[in-house]
Design a protein around this ligand. Structure first.
Ligand code: TRP
Length: 340
């Protein structure tokens, strides 16, 4: 397929051994995008930083910690639901599936799915897509524990990774998008992203999406503002990353973590609040940023859904919903869908 070959020219292939390889876009492409996006997003009246930039090595480690916090129920709940799938998922799979994961990990969640695949297949193929280099570390740890696992990591944005996968081969993909990461998109971007996923799927491919559900405000708000301050540290870390990678001089002491539940829009909103009037230089983005006291930089939405919202979202882009699983408290959901 000349098309595929053409596309893969933008990627460098790293073969580690016969069970592990990576594809990574040429470095200049990643750096340019980061600098440009920051220049655009902080050079506006309503300033924002895309949450995809949270996940450098430190950010990914902090996020792992968030997942274990007593207040942060989504991870634990999703794991409970995934365990229920151990009996039910195989009935949706035939001989020819691999696991593709958007936002990878050596996490308990990935392992539950790999356990299910290990029962069905002699060789399990896993394609994690992640912009963070943590992918390398987590792959090594998975390979130690799974003898028949072959990993092809794609170190890129979700969009890049999906595009890379399109027409890759004839094998069917079970695409995992867990952790309610979808809820971090704006509704418009989310719709577009689902369309993107749908359009890169072959007939017969499956999509498993984990989404957080609307619930009591207090439960939601403490999940995103924990008592140990790990979420605050995670939010502020994006400024350190900009300092390191884009040659900037943010003083982290001049910012605080600010989050709230917006009931009307069914979402947690997260911001970095400027505690003083200040100017910040971001050299590689060619930007002198002026912030007023109390000015907010938006960093994250985390949308919460009703079951009817989920069905409409998937319906609208042409997915065929196979099943939705819930936990006992109806806190979280997993939905399996195919392409019509
Ligand atoms: N997808 C996760 C969520 O929306 C991401 C997340 C959890 C997160 N906690 C966070 C992002 C704190 C930023 C800050 O629940």
């Amino acid at each position: 397929m000349s098309n595929t070959l053409q596309k893969n020219l933008n990627y460098k292939k790293y073969v580690i051994d016969n069970r592990l390889q990576y594809f990574k876009p040429h470095a200049s492409r990643i750096e340019k995008t980061f600098a440009e996006e920051i220049s655009f997003s902080l050079n506006r009246h309503c300033k924002f930083i895309s949450p995809k930039f949270f996940y450098d090595k430190k950010g990914s480690d902090l996020f792992e910690k968030i997942c274990m916090l007593p207040e942060y129920y989504p991870t634990k709940t999703e794991i409970t639901i995934l365990k229920k799938l151990q009996n039910e998922l195989p009935s949706y799979l035939d001989k020819n599936f691999r696991v593709v994961e958007l936002g990878s990990g050596a996490s308990v969640k990935t392992r539950i799915i790999l356990d299910i695949f290990s029962q069905i297949y002699d060789v399990v193929e896993y394609f994690p897509i992640d912009i963070s280099e943590i992918l390398a570390e987590s792959s090594e740890s998975l390979l130690k524990d799974y003898d028949h696992l072959h990993i092809t990591g794609i170190i890129d944005t979700y969009e890049g990774g999906l595009e890379f996968l399109k027409n890759y081969d004839e094998k069917k993909n079970l695409i995992l998008f867990l952790g309610s990461s979808f809820g971090n998109f704006s509704p418009v971007d989310g719709h577009e992203f689902l369309q993107k996923i749908n359009s890169t799927m072959k007939k017969g491919d499956l999509f498993l999406i984990g989404l957080d559900l609307v619930k009591d405000r207090q439960i939601l708000e403490s999940a995103y503002d924990d008592s140990q301050g790990i979420t605050a540290e995670f939010n502020l870390n994006v400024l350190s990353r900009i300092n390191d990678e884009l040659d900037a001089d943010f003083n982290l002491n001049n910012f605080s973590h600010h989050s709230l539940y917006n009931e009307h829009d069914q979402r947690i909103e997260m911001y970095l609040k400027s505690l003083v009037n200040q100017s910040v230089v971001i050299s590689k983005s060619d930007l002198l940023l002026n912030l007023e006291k109390d000015e907010l930089i938006h960093t994250e939405y985390s949308h919460k859904y009703k079951l009817s919202d989920i069905h409409k979202l998937l319906d609208d882009v042409g997915f065929d919903i196979k099943h939705t699983w819930l936990d006992d408290k109806n806190y979280f959901s997993l939905t399996l869908a195919s392409k019509i």
